[in-house]
Design a protein around this ligand. Sequence first.
Ligand SMILES: [Zn+2]
Length: 238
Amino acid sequence: MCLIAVPLFSVDNPFALPLGTIVIDAGHGGHDPGAIRSFEGSLIVERELTLDIALRLERLLNEAHPSLNVVMTRRDDRFLTLEERGRIAYQTVLPPKTSALLLSIHINSAEHPAAQGFEVFTKLKEKEVPILDSTTPKEHIALFSKHNKKELNILLFDEARKVATVVSSALVKGLPMQVNRGIKELDLWVLNAARMPAVLVEAGFLSNDKELALLLDPQYRQTIALALFHAIEALLST
Ligand SMILES: [Zn+2]
């Protein structure tokens, strides 16, 4: 009689499992306003615009995909450290045989008023983040322990790059009149701490008059949310 030990659950690439969880991170909040611009006697703050777009995206996802696990790092005007945002993402227990991604939403600002457009950031390729340590939810240990830290970081970066490409394409399609500033790598706390494929979207410039006018229009913020929604739909179907 031949007994073959078959692992109950083995995973080649834990980050490429079907997407089951989306962590939506509305940039800034509370005493951290993010970018600020005074306009016609009132103060326009990034933290309000990012929250509005994040809540619109949450609504679109909940309506179209009720079984998707949508996690918000904040749903109101509160301050969260970058570490807390990462922890919310990382310590969310994923349903078995699924993966997750973090989408952080920001609005840009620059000294030069002509700067405009949207851009998507991923973590640095060479940045190695811890994926398994004493804070790893125990449910995830089997998911990740097949690979060493270096392999996990390569898989994580490749998946983040794939997500960034899909998000960037969806923004090009959804915001055809805006400038595409491309996909860039950046050493950002929120991207490193998530320990899941993570992208940060800068959806436009508060400091640009034309984009400010657009960002103040709720319909335009809905258009941004819809573009991000289409990106997630594309990722759900791959
Ligand atoms: Zn920001």
